[in-house]
Design a protein around this ligand. Sequence first.
Ligand code: NAP
Length: 283
Amino acid sequence: MQSKPFGPTRVDVAAIGQGTWDIPESGVRLNEAKAAIRRGVALGMTHLDTAEMYGSGRVEELLGEAIAGLPRDGLFITSKVLPSNARYEDTLAACERSLRRMKLDYLDLFLLHWPSNHPLEGTMRALETLVEQGKTRFVGVSNFDVEEMLEARSYLRRVPLACNQVLYHLRERGIEHRLVPQARELDIAIVAYTPFGRGEFPRAQSKGGAVLESVAAKHGATPRQVVLAFLTREPHLFAIPKASRIAHVEENAGGGDLRLDAADCAAIDAAFPLRADGPLATL
Ligand code: NAP
């Protein structure tokens, strides 16, 4: 698994991590989902993404159970505060709750989940306070367009803005217009959520799907591994696919070792063209 410096943190983070939204919350599938997370970690997908929103806290508890006993310093754990909890004091309290649910002493990364109606300056000050208190190592935002990201960054005095986690998949490449170049220039990591478009992964029979199949065949890889390699092709790009099946996790981990060449990227670029610029797309 390729790992690389995560924006201004200089900490090496796995290019491909693991999402946890919608993991099964009970039954046999839950056990497989927890085993899948551990398998992913064993394969180097140590960046684990969750949020207080997922299952109203239940997913954080399950993630905590899944990683119990694993060496903490081998993991890079992200959670997110809901915009409705983004007042200064509420952000501090939300972080404490997330830590308690996961039975952790600290997070690696704590994000504002999407822009809130509460003053952004207060949220960013709270995130900074959490770093100073040792509750999180780094902070960032999610679903922030360029101007909002710059504003968030401007309120941080003593810690850098580590990342912006945004929607990014082959049919939704809008961030490449302005957000990706701006983040590159400012040394901010971009974390691609929903890298497979959830249930919208290109079918092998489609024109785009055929291109992915052919690039995959050239490398002895799979189309999903090709997609993950494409989305993380720049040094500051990371991705967090979610998989609750062990076979899926094993496949996704392989994307972290695949290097595409210029011809591969050109073929994918032509098959899934960048559409006109517009406001940031979100789920
Ligand atoms: P996604 O990762 O694009 O797709 C997840 C779906 O793909 C699941 O149905 C999964 O199935 C399937 N899948 C995964 N690997 C596969 C493989 N190798 N072969 C076949 N199917 C495979 O969608 P997502 O969950 O929306 O996004 C990923 C993560 O990003 C989330 O879990 C969450 O942590 C984060 N996220 C953040 C935001 C935000 O606002 N910041 C928004 C959305 C998502 P199985 O589960 O059955 O394996």
